[in-house]
Design a protein around this ligand. Sequence first.
Ligand SMILES: [Zn+2]
Ligand SMILES: [Zn+2]
Ligand SMILES: [Zn+2]
Length: 172
Amino acid sequence: MARKPAWLEGLMAETFFASCGVHEGWSHKNEKNVFCLTCCVSLCPHCVPFHQSHPLLQVRRYMYQDVVLLSDLENFIDCSYIKPYTLNGAKVIYLNQRAQTSAVSSNVCRHCYKVIQEPFHFCSLSCKVDHLISQYADLSSIILYRLDDDDDGNSERKGSRRKGVPHRAPFY
Ligand SMILES: [Zn+2]
Ligand SMILES: [Zn+2]
Ligand SMILES: [Zn+2]
C-alpha cells in the first residue's frame, strides 16, 4: 500500500493561516504560513528563525485556498500534470481540491472530477497524490524530498540516540 511521506501528509493536512499557538498575542503577524518539511509543522514568522536550516515551504492564499509556488514545490515533489494558476505573475499550485469553477471544458481532474483546463490531469497537489496512491504501489517516483534521519543517523551526533557506538573519550 502506498504511503505518503510524513512531510507530504502534514503539508496536505495542515491548517494554514491560523494563529500560532506558541506565539499567540506576540503580534498580529502570527499567522502560520510556512511549512517545515523536516519537522512537519506549520510555522508563523516568529517560529521561522528556529527552522532556518530546515527546508521550508511558504504557503500563500489565493481565492480563499492554500497555494504554494510551483517553483518552490517542485523542489520537493514532481508537479507535472497539476494545473498551475497565476498569482502576482508567479505560478502557484493548490494544495487541496478547489471549488468548482464555471470553466467550459470537458477535461476533468482525474481524482475529484472537477473541470480543469487541458492538458492537466489534477486540480491540486492532494488530488495527484491521492490518485497515485489509489493507482500505484508507491510514490517514490514523484517524491524528491526525503527525510534521511529515520535510520541510525550519520550526520548529526545526538548523544542519547547513539547507543553502543564507540566514541573517543578525550578526557582520559
Ligand atoms: Zn523544522
Ligand atoms: Zn509561532
Ligand atoms: Zn481534483
